[in-house]
Design a protein around this ligand. Structure first.
Ligand SMILES: *[C@@H]1O[C@H](CO)[C@@H](O)[C@H](O)[C@H]1NC(C)=O
Ligand SMILES: *[C@@H]1O[C@H](CO)[C@@H](O)[C@H](O)[C@H]1NC(C)=O
Ligand SMILES: *[C@@H]1O[C@H](CO)[C@@H](O)[C@H](O)[C@H]1NC(C)=O
Ligand SMILES: *[C@@H]1O[C@H](CO)[C@@H](O)[C@H](O)[C@H]1NC(C)=O
Ligand SMILES: *[C@@H]1O[C@H](CO)[C@@H](O)[C@H](O)[C@H]1NC(C)=O
Ligand SMILES: *[C@@H]1O[C@H](CO)[C@@H](O)[C@H](O)[C@H]1NC(C)=O
Length: 406
């Protein structure tokens, strides 16, 4: 590693390893892999093989950091940008179970991902707070001792994570998809999904099939490159009981929710509302039983929808070809191109407005309108009084007394 270890380092490594190739299919370094004989599904074996290589490449980064002496003072974050595309033309055979949905959907399987934050300065905890991808910027600036002095979408959550306190985030606009016409919004534990959403099933069960007994996890964990480096450089030896306890605590075991439950899918008349803390499998729709929550969350989502700037049609640009960029995906356009003309109309909010929503809109606006009306009448009567007063005086008098208004 050529980095001068006296200077701070920000390294963003975005491997595309488990991504399906354009046109479909996984590209394994061992195409005829006999690795992972326990896994029954052919492509799932390839996926596991690629994942092992990804794991090794993370080990090489940790190794480089330890050789340069920087590891002790480094924060490592490992996270994903979305759930797996389990099925479809760009399937990679990853599984988001037990969650509903896949990549490109607003279901938990598409948008909820685990993350690991490692630093020698942190004690080991599982943090379950609400965190959005935009929070990384202010959180990491804060971790590095800096301060963000402008308003961002992201929220600094460094102290929430390190002290293991509640999330500072109250809401997330999960998505507005102007092409497909769907949206999802979360406030606290509640999540609203509306519009034309597909692929909301529990996908991937078949991929999990085994043909042999799974190998023991412990020796694999203890022999991985990162474990070796931690051992050699930091004198940290993994306590397997602690590791397994934590691993178990991150697994959602209660799948009784899904038995015999017809899954909610939004229509133009009705969306879906879930308590994703108690029901992360999005199996129990609360729409009909929680009209107040539905109204509040829908109104908020309507407000966000109204601020949407629709995307122009996507177009392919050959300059982005990784073959032209040393096979690295990176910013390839040094100039920002002029934004194309926007479509003239925004897509319509994919849910009919309810009487309840109308009522609260009227209530809110009438409340502020009636306040303003009082102010308005007060000013009016003052003006009116002065105007009428002028009728009874000669114009000079009127000018003298009321010159400012006439
Ligand atoms: C915010 O930080 C930038 C960079 O340090 C600085 O140039 C700017 O003056 C700061 N703005 C305010 C309002 O403090
Ligand atoms: C691992 O952690 C557990 C629980 O904290 C503890 O009881 C055990 O002694 C530890 N094992 C080793 C080898 O340190
Ligand atoms: C983790 O869960 C597995 C399966 O439920 C169980 O057999 C094991 O004892 C658990 N391990 C720990 C350390 O909690
Ligand atoms: C599991 O889910 C069922 C059905 O929703 C619920 O009644 C039960 O309390 C849950 N159990 C736990 C341990 O959360
Ligand atoms: C981009 O590349 C494709 C495939 O190689 C080719 O068919 C197409 O003509 C190229 N487009 C432009 C604008 O160069
Ligand atoms: C009432 O006045 C306030 C402050 O001038 C303004 O922001 C608000 O939009 C007004 N409300 C209506 C209903 O006109």
């Amino acid at each position: 590693m050529e980095h001068n270890d006296q200077k701070p380092l920000f390294l963003l490594f975005c491997p595309t390893a488990t991504h399906a190739a354009p046109g479909g299919g996984l590209q394994s370094p061992h195409p005829d892999s006999s690795f992972y004989p326990s896994i029954a599904h052919n492509s799932r074996r390839t996926y596991a093989d690629i994942m092992t290589n990804l794991d090794n490449s993370i080990g090489q980064i940790v190794s480089a950091l330890s050789e340069s002496g920087m590891l002790k003072n480094t924060i490592i974050i490992f996270t994903s940008d979305n759930g797996a595309p389990t099925t479809g033309s760009k399937a990679n055979y990853g599984s988001n179970l037990p969650f509903r949905g896949i990549k490109n959907t607003p279901w938990e399987g598409g948008v909820r991902v685990p993350a690991v934050v490692w630093s020698l300065a942190l004690s080991s905890e599982i943090w379950n707070g609400l965190f959005h991808v935009t929070d990384w910027l202010p959180t990491l600036v804060s971790a590095a001792g800096g301060r963000v002095n402008k308003t961002l979408d992201g929220i600094n959550q460094w102290s929430s994570i390190t002290v293991n306190t509640n999330s500072r985030r109250k809401e997330v606009l999960i998505t507005i998809d102007d092409e497909e016409g769907f949206a999802a919004y979360r406030r606290g534990d509640y999540k609203l999904v509306i519009g034309n959403v597909k692929n909301g099933d529990y996908a991937g069960t078949k991929l999990m099939a085994l043909r042999k007994v799974m190998p023991a996890y412990k020796p694999i964990l203890l022999s991985c490159e990162t474990a070796n480096i931690f051992n050699a450089y930091l004198k940290i030896s993994l306590n397997i009981t602690t590791a397994m306890t934590k691993r178990n605590a991150t697994i959602y075991h209660n799948r009784t929710d899904t038995v015999n439950t017809p899954l909610c899918v939004p229509t133009l008349e009705k969306g879906c509302l879930f308590d994703v803390k108690r029901d992360p499998l999005e199996a129990r729709d609360l729409w009909n039983s929680s009209p107040d929550l539905v109204r509040q969350l829908t109104l908020r989502l309507r407000a966000y929808w109204s601020e949407m700037i629709p995307r122009p049609p996507l177009k392919r640009d050959n300059r982005s070809d990784p073959a032209l960029n040393n096979y690295i995906w990176s910013p390839w356009d040094s100039q920002f191109e002029e934004v194309q003309t926007q479509p003239e109309t925004s897509p319509i909010f994919p849910l009919k407005i309810t009487m309840g929503e109308l009522q609260s809109l009227v209530d809110v606006n009438f409340h502020s309108f009636s306040n303003n009306l009082t102010d308005y009448l007060r000013t009016m009567s003052d003006t009116l009084f002065r105007s009428v007063a002028c009728l009874f005086y000669n114009s000079t008098m009127c000018y003298k007394s009321y010159g400012n208004i006439l």
